[in-house]
Design a protein around this ligand. Sequence first.
Ligand SMILES: Cc1ncc(COP(=O)(O)O)c(C=O)c1O
Length: 380
Amino acid sequence: MHERIRLSLAHMGGKELDFIQEAFDTNWVTSLGPNVTGFERDLENYLTSEKSGELYVVALNSGTSALHLGLLLLGVGAGDEVICQSFTFCASANVVGYLGARPVFVDSEARSWNMDPILLEEAIRDRLKKTGKLPKAIIPTHLYGMPADIQSILEVATRYEIPVLEDAAEAIGSEYLGQKCGTFGRYGVLSFNGNKMITTSAGGALICHSKEDAAKALYYATQARDEAPYYQHSQAGYNYRMSNICAGIGRGQMYVLEEHIERRRAIHAFYSEKLRECTGIRVMYNPDYRFQSNFWLTCIQVDPLLSQQTNLQIRKKLDAANIDSALLWKPMHLQPLFKEAPMYDNHLCDDLFSSGLCLPSGPMITDDLLNRIVETILHD
Ligand SMILES: Cc1ncc(COP(=O)(O)O)c(C=O)c1O
């Protein structure tokens, strides 16, 4: 039997160990040190453009911590409502509950599979009518690396003066109209866990647009310590800072980021080409020139009537051939945890969940392996 083909494995470029070695040699093995600040500067340089304006990045121990701190800085608290994309990973919605607030879910639009701006506006108006209050924040996700229609989402958000926290955990390097995802909202979030575009083994980052916001994030991420010669705390903080060892991995990974993006895009192009003629299987694609996905994972949608197989059957065939695949994220409004939460629905994400599949997309998957995956999908 061949070695199993994994969905999305981390890949080290080689320089990571140099940065870790340096941290060991200089005894910076804690949650501060030159790798942490170095990684933050690397990310700022990578993300900043004329369109984004100046950026300040705070390196944290996970994308989830970054989402939590982003909402905290937006002043979300008990009794508030926060609008989330239903079609996302649970972390985007769980953090709302950490602060005693309640998530309100909005369905996706068919082109990007991300938050539908029209439903978003309906949801805001309806929440105002039902609760007398505007939602406190909006969390769109750039799922699987595909940019949300962030311009239209920001237009709605600006109209109602509601801040946006962008969940770009899966979307480092993706662009909307030439601007990097994660740099549009008041705050943006990246994840560097083991299956992402680049990894720090575990880690994340909060992208801010001012020094003051970044300083506040850092304060909460390091136990909210007052300025005093002893440990004094006026507010509850968190232990959310990235370690200098993890940041060393991140600094090394920055050398291979562009290469990883290029390869994942090539993998997406390969699947698109090979599955083009296959009736009933649609490979997700950039809807128009504004959207440039990093194609973190290539996803397909399977029409069982036209293709005469279901996504579950394809998954089973791939598994039997020792190939990983994954069903698309189960929408949040279908999760037992969120069954009481309001949902503004067009049934799109239900449909995506029941018909979609993520295919192996890691940067080390060769064309030979891709051919094997495609053959397995196409044949009984
Ligand atoms: C869309 C999305 N949001 C948030 C997260 C949370 O990131 P982390 O695992 O680094 O906490 C992830 C990744 O796991 C994700 O895919």
